[in-house]
Design a protein around this ligand. Structure first.
Ligand SMILES: Cc1cc2nc3c(=O)[nH]c(=O)nc-3n(C[C@H](O)[C@H](O)[C@H](O)COP(=O)(O)OP(=O)(O)OC[C@H]3O[C@@H](n4cnc5c(N)ncnc54)[C@H](O)[C@@H]3O)c2cc1C
Length: 337
């Protein structure tokens, strides 16, 4: 027997849980399909110092536990599973997990984007303990420290330059002789005398998992095969992000990097909204994810209300739709004179 919902949210990161808090407080009894990473990306980091409301910072997992509890308090239901398939061709939309089938009038996609990692054991073990995938988030913790940045694209060079505001030394490790980054970014990085480079080089190991902190890196020169160890306090992996959108391929328009194409929180399909990192390759912060989660929930609520009112008026059960998927059903407030 399928579960029938007005509103279903895919993902339990900052975007999904904020959407759930708003939707639950609007009495929509939302269902959150949490995915395999309950609480999302912030659960793999330690100190979060830039989420408003916590002057002394808060641990990422604790912040997410609080959001889960807050959404639950107002009536959010959870399924601890991945959505495995979706059908958005007609409403109600159909979402299937390994054991459940959900029919939902409205869907908010908040499946996030995972930082790509190199696959070293130390990366995940030391994530939040000297290893990071976000300079904006964690650069501040590396005042007067020696840090290494892995990658050769725009993000890596941008993160390296940002880190020079704090770190005593910043060294970019890149596998090739030349960078994939844009010419303008390479130019800016070259003019920044605080950034050093290890080119034709591969990060082979991050020490020291047994100490629970970063103490050094082992780097192999791919051309000479020479292996060198350097003392280090931090390692930033900046090799890109992978939006979690495999499920959406063929159902929602995605850009060339796999992010959901949306106009604000509106996708091409009436009743399907997107929020958080899955539609935002630029800001990628918990507070921006939460902000778009809020917007998506409000738009979902207003759409449902409008459709209900239209059904009441017209006596028509299913077909009430706004003319354009990508606009709010709310009129902007009139300008005061
Ligand atoms: C190491 C690290 C440190 C960071 N530190 C900070 C910081 O200090 N401050 C800050 O503002 N930001 C920080 N960020 C960025 C922040 O974590 C993200 O911007 C934020 O988590 C994005 O929230 P989201 O809800 O869009 O996605 P995510 O947090 O990525 O959550 C995605 C959710 O989707 C779920 N999901 C995926 N696929 C499916 C599926 N098929 N079905 C159902 N669910 C699915 C996952 O289980 C997960 O719950 C950090 C990121 C990293 C990696």
């Amino acid at each position: 027997m399928p579960i029938r919902k007005k509103l279903t949210i895919l993902g339990s990161g900052a975007a999904g849980l904020t959407a759930a808090i708003y939707a639950a407080r609007a009495n929509l009894e939302p269902l959150v399909i949490q995915g395999l990473q309950t609480g999302g990306q912030l659960t793999i980091t330690t100190d979060v110092e830039n989420f408003p409301g916590f002057p002394n910072g808060i641990q990422g997992p604790e912040l997410m536990e609080q959001m889960i509890a807050q959404a639950e308090r107002f009536g959010t239901q959870y399924i601890y599973d991945n959505a495995e398939s979706i059908d958005l061709s007609k409403r109600p939309f159909v979402i299937k997990t390994s054991s459940e089938e959900i029919h939902s009038d409205v869907l908010i996609v908040c499946t996030g984007a995972s930082a790509k990692l190199l696959g070293l054991e130390a990366e995940s073990k030391l994530m939040g303990h000297g290893v990071s995938a976000c300079a904006t988030c964690d650069g501040f913790f590396f005042k007067e420290k020696k840090v290494f940045v892995v990658g050769g694209g725009d993000t890596a060079l941008e993160e390296a330059m940002f880190l020079t505001r704090f770190a005593s030394s910043v060294t970019v490790i890149h596998r090739r002789e030349t960078f994939r980054a844009s010419a303008i970014m390479i130019d800016r990085a070259k003019r920044n005398t605080k950034v050093d480079y290890l080119l034709n080089s591969k990060l082979e190991e991050i020490m020291d998992v047994s100490k629970g902190e970063v103490t050094g890196v082992r780097v192999r020169n791919i051309k000479t095969d020479e292996v060198t160890e350097y003392p280090a306090d931090g390692v930033f992996i900046a090799i890109g992000h992978q939006p979690n959108t495999d499920l959406l391929k063929g159902h929602l328009p995605l850009d060339e990097n796999g992010y959901v194409i949306s106009k604000g929180v509106f996708t091409d399909i009436v009743g399907v909204f997107a929020a958080g990192d899955v539609m935002d390759s630029i800001y990628r912060q918990a507070v921006t994810a939460a902000g778009t989660g809020c917007q998506a929930a409000l738009e979902a609520q207003w759409l449902l209300e409008k459709e209900e009112a239209e059904r009441d008026e017209l006596g028509k059960p299913e077909e009430a739709k706004p003319k354009d998927a990508a606009t709010s059903v709310r009129e902007p407030a009139a300008k005061s004179v």
